[in-house]
Write a protein that binds this ligand. Structure first.
Ligand code: UDP
Length: 262
């Protein structure tokens, strides 16, 4: 029986109280949603894949000095994270025109942008996460001007790193969304990367075939979503080809502190 206190439930994840104060457990569900949850399906095994993909990306970002909420993976579907105060903004970084940008500006999908572009969206499902400017963010107090600068510089560092990481495995990083939180250490506050980075929140195109390896497979009814996520996991080296993840979970694995499955 699950006795843990549920702190928050979102569309693709649940947060439970963690074992120590200031920690939480982030549980990845199999739910796939799009268009503000108007479209919904269960993709068995997606949560397991996103947990592993996000784990390796957060670990690698941590290694290059990007502060994150990630502590360690606990089992196939869950990771231990630091509790942060989420900044109510979705920070989107784009390298190639696609999705809402292509529609809004009448650009052909696939057009390389003159430079990486950062956009902010206010996190509010009731309002459909509207795009906002720095003026809105500071006027309404969602983040201070210095914090916006920090968000932008972190977002660009993450973009540079991810472009290279994916390039190395034959994938073009078209765009992605990240979220940040505030974490206090005594009197000091730092901004850290929170939430997840997975094919649910990135656009990833195979470099040779152009095939979509991300949530657009679900949004656009292309089929093969799980297979695409498996392909990303496999190329990142987090999936043993001979052992596809079981959908039924959570499956407990011994935590040996190395982040590797025992
Ligand atoms: N994105 C996301 N969550 C959202 C909206 C967008 O993770 O609520 C990601 C999306 O997967 C893509 C990028 O942010 O990688 C840019 O999305 P876009 O604005 O083009 O929106 P969409 O076309 O998905 O509505």
């Amino acid at each position: 029986m699950n006795r843990r206190r549920r702190v928050y439930e979102g569309k693709a994840k649940v947060l439970y109280e963690g074992p120590e104060p200031g920690t939480l457990i982030q549980h990845f569900k199999d739910d796939a949603t799009a268009f503000n949850a108007k479209k919904h399906a269960l993709i068995e095994g997606k949560g397991v894949l996103n947990n592993r993909i996000s784990e390796i990306i957060f670990q690698r970002l941590g290694e290059i000095g990007v502060p994150t909420h990630f502590i360690k993976r606990i089992n196939m579907r869950e990771q231990l994270i630091r509790e942060v105060e989420i900044i109510p903004l979705e920070v989107v970084v784009r390298n190639i025109a696609a999705g809402s940008l292509a529609t809004r500006l009448g650009l052909e999908e696939g057009t390389a942008l003159p430079r990486s572009i950062i956009e902010f969206y206010y996190k509010d499902d009731k309002l459909n996460d509207p795009m906002v400017s720095e003026e809105h963010i500071t006027a309404f107090g969602w983040a201070a001007p210095g914090e916006i600068e920090e968000l932008m510089s972190l977002a660009l560092r993450i973009n540079d790193f991810l472009i290279g990481l994916f390039l190395g495995i034959g994938i073009r990083l078209v765009d992605f969304k990240v979220e940040f939180g505030r974490m206090w250490e005594n009197e000091n506050m730092r901004i850290v990367l929170a939430d997840e980075i997975s094919p649910d929140c990135c656009r990833l195109w195979d470099m040779t075939s152009g095939e979509k390896l991300d949530k657009d497979r679900f949004r656009r009814d292309l089929g093969g979503m799980l297979e695409a996520y498996q392909e990303v996991a496999k190329r990142l080296g987090v999936l043993n080809e001979n052992r596809p993840p079981k959908g039924a979970g959570p499956v407990l694995v011994a935590s040996n502190g190395t982040g590797k499955q025992s």
